[in-house]
Design a protein around this ligand. Structure first.
Ligand SMILES: CCCCCCCC/C=C\CCCCCCCCCCCCC/C=C/C(=O)SCCNC(=O)CCNC(=O)[C@H](O)C(C)(C)COP(=O)(O)OP(=O)(O)OC[C@H]1O[C@@H](n2cnc3c(N)ncnc32)[C@H](O)[C@@H]1OP(=O)(O)O
Ligand code: FAD
Length: 664
């Protein structure tokens, strides 16, 4: 099929070469080649390809997802994939892989929480798929408040075993992925009791099913929790354990130990047992980038080939991308996807570095990385889901079809603000850290790390620094506005907290009564962080780009900063970081920048280089022939394979013959 001329002209008139930017996103031309090879291995594979997924039943999808997981294992072995190849494969399949919790949580939990002997015993079994596991933490009664977990593991000194039980309905496990039907084992988080003394939440390896018959073991009641909005193939489950006994060495003992005679000891940081969640929060940041890049690609291409209505009366119908209001739906998502790219790359290396320190028992970096990973998981998933919904609606009626590729992406991404810590709860973790740093800065000590800008900003009076028109496209000056705003919102929240406390409210009550301001400050911190990483990316990852490409990536960053101010203008004005005149100029500048970026919109999404067989979209194919693909997809619907459906004889015909009032 030839390329739609409407999309071709976009490519021909772009001011830079997409491939240069693709190389930047991948890290190098060699990395682009390598990724393309991997994506081809996945996309061309009939067992992995998700082409017909929208026409499958729940059970068919589940089975296909198991087969997909298995096939990925074979490809990994055949082509010698490393851990990032495997992670990426999971991401490119939109987690439509049953057993992905085995990879992204069960194995990492054993790695992080087990000691050497436990690694030697369990990891080979898990890695070779001799056992399949889940991460069972959340209960019906508690998901957020982990100190409230009710499933009990009581140590029995006489047999050197833990006895695990579910005292009431609220203490059953509820939600763990792959628990329903696909796990033989669980890393199960339960509250440990030794002689009735509560020793806190600890991880245990518990076998749930017989490996030959797959039937639940005695004392184990397990099943699925029912259909969900999406992620149909991740069979989330419930679990009730009735006095199930496991040997003492099945408590994962890296950070806490129980001796044979029931002595409890702890090592490492207080919240070390929470470390698996941190890794997945980093994975979620990656996933947010990818989902947004997919959404932006589909909707930008569709907007460049769909013509409807006129701008100039009587002139030919225009591409919908030429409407300024459509640009406002599309261009921010392109700019955000690029900002998220820089941010997730930074986060990956930051995590790897800090994780190495933690492995050497240096926990000094833990508070900051907990703040950053919690905050970015929350912020990036909030923004990704909001923008995906805007993008979906920007496709008009066809935005409601499953074949468009964006609807599925959107509803799968909708899980991310909830999983691995509900977003509000995570913002409040960030706020705890902000308050601590504020205290440090107030005493005159230097705040280190991502909030070091607090040192300067807390002392100096606020001026926007926007004097000339050029200042409005100076990303460093714009970043300073964000930093000012963050510090001011943090101070305001801190002042409110103190005021309530001084007026007699206990600290915990004052905290709850300030939590709206605290969350607002936390979001500002996250937004500032993302912008900071985008700017850093310009001078590191983007620095080798040819001039024309660098200019466009720079424009995107300026637009991202300006648009963010227009979206959050209340915060910037309220804190006095800009005045109303400056806001008007910022709005104007943002619109002008948006118009410039529009010219390169298609080339910018082409640079994401997402192949059609992973994009899986009728609207967003590279060739721009959206109408043909929509028609082909409709025709392939199994319901369209028969001209008359059985429902006609059964119900419609009797109704037409006036027989519908008697029994059908
Ligand atoms: C080599 C590898 C390279 C890796 C690179 C990675 C790159 C990845 C690349 C690609 C990846 C693609 C892969 C695909 C990814 C696909 C993503 C899709 C994911 C879908 C996943 C679905 C599966 C979902 C699973 C789950 O949801 S599991 C359950 C998750 N549950 C939660 O998150 C619970 C949330 N609750 C909490 O975390 C806590 O309860 C709390 C809210 C933090 C409060 O805890 P509590 O004990 O009550 O705390 P307090 O006593 O109040 O103390 C707070 C105190 O503790 C500190 N703290 C808290 N947490 C941590 C932590 N994690 N680490 C360190 N410190 C922590 C906190 O700072 C406080 O400190 P202070 O007292 O000093 O203030
Ligand atoms: C698709 C999916 C997959 C999942 N997979 C797994 C898995 O593999 N393993 C697993 O263990 N779990 C899993 N979960 C569970 C998930 O981790 C929890 O649902 C999540 O952590 C939120 O906890 P919750 O359900 O208790 O929400 P709640 O805490 O009940 O949240 C409800 C509301 O209460 C508010 N709230 C709660 N506490 C506070 C507070 N302290 N301050 C202010 N507001 C608060 C929240 O902001 C929210 O608005 C999964 C969930 C989903 C949806």
């Amino acid at each position: 099929m030839s390329v739609n001329p409407d999309i071709q002209v976009e490519r021909d008139t772009a001011t830079f070469r997409s491939i240069d930017v693709t190389h930047m996103l991948d890290g190098s031309p060699e990395a682009t080649n390598q990724r393309r090879i991997r994506q081809k291995q996945i996309g061309d594979d009939p067992q992995i390809n998700r082409r017909n997924i929208i026409f499958m039943s729940h059970e068919e999808r589940y089975e296909a997802a198991i087969a997909r997981g298995l096939r990925i294992e074979q490809l990994k072995a055949e082509h010698d994939w490393d851990i990032m190849d495997e992670n990426n494969a999971i991401m490119w399949c939109f987690s439509d892989i049953a057993m992905f919790v085995h990879k992204v949580m069960f194995i990492p939990a054993i790695e992080r929480l087990g000691n050497k002997e436990q690694h030697d015993k369990w990891l080979p079994l898990a890695i070779d798929h001799k056992i399949l596991g889940t991460y069972a933490q959340t209960e019906l009664g508690h998901g957020t408040f982990l100190r409230g977990l009710e499933m009990e593991a009581r140590y029995d000194k006489s047999t050197e075993e833990f006895v695990i039980s579910t005292p009431k309905h609220s203490s059953m496990k509820w939600w763990p992925g792959s628990l329903g039907h696909s796990s033989s084992h669980a890393v199960l988080l339960a509250t440990l009791y030794i002689d009735d003394q509560n020793c806190g939440m600890q991880p245990f390896i518990v076998q749930l099913r017989d490996l030959n018959t797959w039937k639940p073991l005695p004392g184990v009641e397990v099943g699925g929790i029912g259909p969900k909005m999406a992620l149909a193939t991740t069979d989330n489950g419930f679990l009730v354990l009735n006095n199930v006994r496991i040997p003492r060495d099945q408590m994962l003992m890296k950070y806490a130990q129980v001796s044979k005679d029931g002595k409890f000891t702890k090592s490492g940081a207080a919240k070390a047992n929470y470390s698996t969640m941190m890794l997945v929060r980093v994975g979620i940041a990656h996933s947010c980038y990818f989902s947004l890049a997919v959404g932006a690609t589909i909707v930008t291409r569709y907007s460049a080939v769909r013509r409807q209505g006129e701008i100039k009366p009587g002139a030919p119908e225009v591409k919908i991308l030429d409407y300024q209001t459509q640009q406002l739906k599309v261009i921010p998502s392109i700019a955000t996807a690029y900002a998220f790219h820089f941010c997730k790359e930074h986060l990956k290396w930051y995590y790897i570095e800090t994780f190495q320190q933690i492995q050497q028992n240096d926990f000094s970096g833990l508070p900051e990385i907990h703040c950053v990973t919690s905050g970015l998981k929350a912020y990036m998933s909030d923004i990704a889901t909001a923008q995906l919904e805007t993008l979906r609606r920007a496709c008009g009626g066809n935005g409601y079809l499953l074949s468009n590729g964006i609807t599925n992406t959107y509803i799968q991404t909708l899980a991310l603000p909830t999983v691995e810590g509900e977003n509000t709860v995570l913002y409040l973790q960030v706020a705890r850290y902000l308050m601590k740093c504020l205290k440090v800065a107030a005493t005159g000590e230097a705040v280190k790390g991502s909030l070091s800008y607090m040192n300067e900003k807390i002392k100096t009076p606020y001026t926007s620094g926007l004097v000339t028109r050029e200042d409005y496209s100076n990303v460093k000056k714009l970043l300073k506005l964000y930093q000012n705003m963050t510090v001011r919102l943090t101070q305001k929240a801190g002042d409110h907290l103190n005021k309530l406390h001084v007026s007699g409210q206990p600290k915990y009550e004052a905290w709850n009564n300030t939590s709206v301001q605290l969350v607002n400050a936390a979001k500002a911190y996250c937004q500032t962080y993302v912008l900071g990483m985008n700017i850093e990316g310009l001078s590191t990852q983007a620095v080798d780009l040819p001039g024309d490409a660098l200019e466009v990536i720079h424009q995107l960053c300026v637009f991202y900063a300006l648009h963010g101010i227009t979206e959050q203008s209340g915060n910037f004005l309220e804190t006095g970081c800009i005045n109303i005149t400056e806001l008007h100029i910022i709005q104007q500048e943002a619109q002008e920048m948006m118009a410039k970026i529009r010219k390169n919109a298609v080339a910018l999404v082409d640079a994401f280089d997402i192949p059609d067989n992973l994009l899986n979209s009728t609207l967003g194919c590279y060739d721009g022939n959206a109408y043909q693909h929509l028609y082909d997809s409709a025709k392939s619907d199994p319901m369209n394979q028969k001209q008359v459906l059985p429902a006609f004889e059964k119900y419609i015909k009797p109704m037409l013959q006036g027989k519908h009032t008697s029994k059908l």
